[in-house]
Design a protein around this ligand. Structure first.
Ligand SMILES: [Zn+2]
Length: 547
C-alpha cells in the first residue's frame, strides 16, 4: 500500500517524539541563524506527508488543485508533488486531504508568567477592589500557608483606585501580590512590600519599580510553578494549537535558565530569547547576535533587545500626543516615556552595533513616533511592539523604515471600551492593522501571553472579527482578511513549498474558510477560534499529533 499510515501514528498519543534525542549526542557545527535549511542536526527528522492540501498565503497566489505529497528531509521540505516515491527510512503520514500551512509563531510572549498563570488566583473578572479582596480572603481561607499571587485585574475600569489598607485588612501576614491584567502594575499588601524591601505606601506599584521587583517573585513563592515539567506542559499545549515558535520577552529571565531548561526536555519548539537593557552588555560581550544559537541548537536562538519605552492604556501610562479623556485624575495627563529620547537612541545604537535587532514596546502614539525617530537615527532594525495607537503618517514612516509591527489583536477585545472612553475619537487609530498592511508594514501577530491567552487562532480571529461578544466589530474598517491574518502569523514564511522549513501544521478544516461568507466576520471568527489542529512538526519532528 502506497499511502500507508504507520499504526503508531493512527493511534497517536497526544505528542509523539520520534528522534527526540540525538542518538550519540552528536551536534552539528553551529549555524549563524535559525533561518538556514536544511540542517544536519540531531533533533530534526524526516517525514513524508501524503495527500495534504496547500493553503495559498499570498494574494491571488495559485497552489496545486487538490492534495499533494510533501517530503521533509533533514528538517526542511525537499519535494512537493503528486504520488512522490517512498523514501527509505522515512516515516509516512496520511493527511487525508487536510490543509497544510507553515507553523504558527507567537511573536510576543512572557513564558515564565504564562507558565505560572495557571496556578494564580484569576482576578480577570473582578469588577471592583471589593471583588478582588473578597477573592483574596477566600484564597487565604482555602490555602492558609501559601502566598497569594493574583493575576488579571483591570482597575482602570473600577470606580476608584485600590488601596493597600483594604488588602491588608483581608490578608494580614500572608504575602499578597496582585498583578494587573496588562502587567504594568501590581497591588501588593504591606507584608509583600516589606518582603521586597519596597517603601510602604497605600497605592499600587507601577511600571519600572514593579518591573524591577518582578524577577524576585520567586523568593516569595518558593516553588514558583516554572519547573521544567511546567514548561514542558505549556510547550505541548502551544504545539497543540499549531505553534512552532515563540519570542520570549520574560523579565529577568537569563539565557542560562533557558539553556538549562532546554536540556531538561523543554526542547520542543523554537524559542527566541530576548534580552533587556540590564543584560545587553553581557550579550554583546558574548558576541551573540540576533539569530545566533544559544546552545548549539538552531531552535533556541538569540532574539532582539527588548525596550519598554512607555506604559499601557490600562495604567494610563502609554505616552500619547494628546491628554487622556480622564486626565484630571492623572499625574501625567498624556502618559509619559519610560526613558528619554537620548537614552532610547543610545540603546538602539548599542544593540545595532552588536548585531542585535530591537523590539521597542510603544503603545501610545507619541511613543510610536519617538521610537520610529530613534530607529531612523540609529539605523537599528526590528519591531515596534504593540503600536496600539498610531498616527497615519507614522504608519507610513514605519513602512518606509522597514520596521515590523508586532501586534496582539486579542488586546482589542479587552481594550475597546476603555479606549473609546479615554482615547475617544482617537480609537479609530487603534490597532490600525488595515492601515499597516495597506501602507506596506510587515505585520507579526502575537498574544503578549499572559495578557491574552497563548493561542494564535484567537489572535487571527480577533484581527478578522474585531469583537468578542454580540456587538459589531470595533472599527471593522481596520480588520484583516483571514488570509492576511494567517500570513501575519507564520514568521514571514510563504506558502509551503520546496525550501520551506519542516515547521508545518495540518488543520482539519480549510483555514481560509472559503466555504463561509467572507462578509460574515462573526462566523469566520468563531470558526477560527475553534480551528482543529491535527499535526504540528518542528524541523520535521512531530511535536503534536491528534488524529
Ligand atoms: Zn509584553
Amino acid at each position: 500500500m502506497r499511502r500507508q499510515t504507520p499504526a503508531a501514528t493512527r493511534s497517536a498519543p497526544r505528542v509523539r517524539r520520534p528522534g527526540l534525542a540525538p542518538a550519540d549526542g552528536a551536534r552539528a557545527p553551529r549555524p549563524r541563524a535559525d533561518r538556514t535549511w536544511p540542517l544536519a542536526f540531531g533533533t530534526v527528522s524526516s517525514i513524508l506527508i501524503r495527500a495534504a492540501r496547500l493553503v495559498p498565503l499570498g494574494a491571488g497566489e495559485q497552489v496545486p488543485d487538490g492534495p499533494v505529497d510533501v517530503l521533509v528531509e533533514r528538517g526542511g521540505v525537499t519535494a512537493v508533488g503528486r504520488s512522490l516515491d517512498p523514501v527509505r527510512g522515512v516515516e509516512e503520514l496520511d493527511a487525508a486531504g487536510r490543509w497544510l500551512i507553515p507553523g504558527l509563531w507567537d511573536q510576543h510572549t512572557h513564558l515564565a508568567q504564562w507558565t505560572l498563570a495557571s496556578q494564580r488566583l484569576d482576578l480577570a473578572g473582578a469588577r471592583s477592589a471589593e471583588d478582588a479582596t473578597r477573592a483574596v480572603a477566600q484564597r487565604i481561607a482555602d490555602y492558609p500557608d501559601s502566598s497569594v499571587i493574583g493575576w488579571g485585574h483591570r482597575s482602570a475600569g473600577w470606580d476608584r483606585e485600590p488601596t493597600v489598607t483594604e488588602l491588608d485588612a483581608v490578608s494580614g501576614d500572608t504575602p499578597v501580590v496582585l498583578i494587573s491584567g496588562d502587567g504594568h502594575h501590581a497591588w501588593l499588601n504591606t507584608t509583600a512590600l516589606l518582603h521586597f524591601a519596597m517603601p510602604v505606601r497605600d497605592a499600587v506599584v507601577r511600571e519600572t519599580e514593579w518591573f524591577a521587583a518582578y524577577p524576585r517573585m520567586a523568593t516569595l513563592v518558593g516553588n514558583d510553578g516554572t519547573s521544567p515539567e511546567a514548561y514542558r506542559r505549556m510547550l505541548e499545549e502551544a504545539a497543540a494549537r499549531g505553534i512552532v515558535g515563540m519570542v520570549d520577552f520574560e523579565f529577568g529571565a537569563s539565557r542560562a535558565e533557558w539553556a538549562e531548561r532546554w536540556s531538561q526536555d523543554c526542547d520542543l519548539l523554537r524559542i527566541r530569547w530576548a534580552t533587556y537593557a540590564d543584560t545587553l552588555d553581557e550579550v554583546v560581550e558574548a558576541g551573540l547576535r540576533t539569530g545566533d544559537s544559544l546552545v548549539g541548537d538552531p531552535r533556541l536562538t538569540m532574539g532582539p533587545l527588548k525596550i519598554i519605552s512607555d506604559g499601557s492604556l490600562n495604567t494610563r501610562s502609554a505616552w500619547c500626543c494628546e491628554p487622556y479623556g480622564d486626565a484630571h485624575r492623572l499625574e501625567y495627563p498624556s502618559g509619559q516615556p519610560n526613558l528619554s529620547g537620548a537614552e532610547l537612541r543610545a540603546l538602539l545604537a548599542r544593540a545595532h552595533a552588536g548585531g542585535l535587532e530591537v523590539a521597542t514596546h510603544a503603545i501610545g502614539d507619541a511613543a510610536v513616533q519617538e521610537a520610529l525617530a530613534a530607529y531612523a537615527e540609529s539605523g537599528a532594525h526590528g519591531s515596534i511592539e504593540h503600536a496600539q495607537l498610531a498616527r497615519r503618517d507614522d504608519v507610513r514612516r514605519m513602512a518606509e523604515l522597514g520596521i515590523r509591527a508586532s501586534v496582539q489583536p486579542a488586546h482589542l477585545l479587552d481594550d475597546r471600551d476603555l479606549a473609546d472612553r479615554i482615547w475617544g475619537e482617537r480609537s479609530e487609530r487603534c490597532f490600525a492593522f488595515r492601515w499597516m498592511l495597506d501602507d506596506g508594514v510587515e505585520l507579526a501577530l502575537g498574544s503578549d501571553a499572559p495578557v491574552s491567552p497563548l493561542d494564535p487562532w484567537l489572535a487571527i480571529a480577533s484581527a478578522v472579527h474585531r469583537s468578542a461578544d454580540e456587538r459589531a466589530p470595533w472599527h471593522g474598517e481596520q480588520a484583516l482578511t483571514v488570509r492576511e491574518a494567517l500570513a501575519a502569523s507564520v514568521d514571514g514564511r510563504p506558502t509551503v513549498g520546496v525550501g520551506s522549513p519542516g515547521d508545518l501544521v495540518l488543520v482539519d478544516r480549510d483555514p481560509l474558510l472559503a466555504e463561509l461568507d467572507a462578509g460574515d466576520t462573526a462566523a469566520l471568527g468563531a470558526a477560527l477560534r475553534a480551528m482543529p489542529v491535527a499535526l504540528t512538526t518542528v524541523a520535521g519532528r512531530v511535536v503534536h499529533g491528534n488524529y
